[in-house]
Ligand binder design. Sequence first.
Ligand code: V47
Ligand code: SF4
Length: 383
Amino acid sequence: MQHLTLSGDLKRIAQKVISGERINQSEGTLLFREGELGFLGALANFIRNKKHGDRTYFNRNFHIEPTNICVFDCKFCSYSRLLKHKQEGWEYTMEQMLDIVRNYQDEAVTEVHIVGGVHPKMGIHFFGDLIKEIKKIKPALHVKAFTAVELEYMCRKAKMSYREGLQYLKDCGQSSLPGGGAEIFDETIREKICADKCTSSQWLEIHETAHSLGMPSNATMLYGHIEQYEHRIDHMERLRNLQDKTGGFNTFIPLKFRNKDNQMSDIAEVSVIEDLKNYAVSRIYMDNFDHIKAYWPMIGRNTAQLSLNFGVNDIDGTIDDSTKIYAMAGAEEQNPSLSTRELCKLILAIGRQPIERDTVYNEIKDYTQHIWPEDTEEKARNY
Ligand code: V47
Ligand code: SF4
């Protein structure tokens, strides 16, 4: 029988983690390089259990993707159509988007996630009006909208500072920001994969400004392409530093690079083992982030379920087949939609507690003891 022996360095890191001490960048990189999956999983699970026990969060949400026309040209993007190929894209009118919201008028959804391409004709005032109208239709709906990439562009076009732009959107009814557009902060990698959109420092500045205005946000990291482990740790380090300063991030969401139909299709996707290691190191490194999310439409429901034993404590929401970004990039989930019951089953199957939350992690309902009516699965819509 083979016995695993831990190097002195890994042992020291484990001791630090167990005593609640923060690990540094070289220790983070070493975990990626030398940590076995089982070892990383045990440490990440230790932290997850200390923070949340078995509590595992999801929400009831839907997306609106106003357009896939985009002025930028990110090499990993399978979704956007450049402005010059406009005829291949879609552009919803205000009424079409409001109709989507009207469809949910009587449903128990709590959040709409609005994110799309960067279209020069859809400016800050168009989106401000959209949010105001959404709030008239469903006043309690939490509007989580616009990545820093979209915000940088719309503020620049409107000649507003980030503070003015965000304050305006907040006054219109926007409550928080999603975590997209972060990709990888390292400038040399960013230059290669998304040279023309907002810089890393602009991304961080926009989130810092949002936090100072009382708008919380999420943070993502696109991994598994041309970056090295050092770049992932550098990315997490910059986020951890900002979180120390503001405390405004809700959750960290690693996003696995999918390689279908984009300009980086020649790069092979990383394995599920690598996905789990990445979740685990994220949980260990991001000690000041309360939550680590596995976004199941991207990673697939099976890996999302596995990730719950590797530091993840949130699997996003019901989605209701309202997003195309990941299906177009080759994700397993081609029509992502899970009922509340299915999400709960997925969590219960590994012995965890399914908790419905709102966007900012207020608990709405603990489903652990919930008795489902016999016919719910067949009859019910997603909610
Ligand atoms: O920034 C684009 C990613 C992000 C690909 O805040 C790709 O709750 C993998 O930010 N392979 C946008 N990823 C989506 C996003 C998000 C998603 C879910 C939840 C939240 C949240 C935010 O999608 C982009 C980019 O990193 N992306 N193309 C691709 N081929
Ligand atoms: Fe545009 Fe976003 Fe795609 Fe980049 S990732 S091309 S900013 S839609």
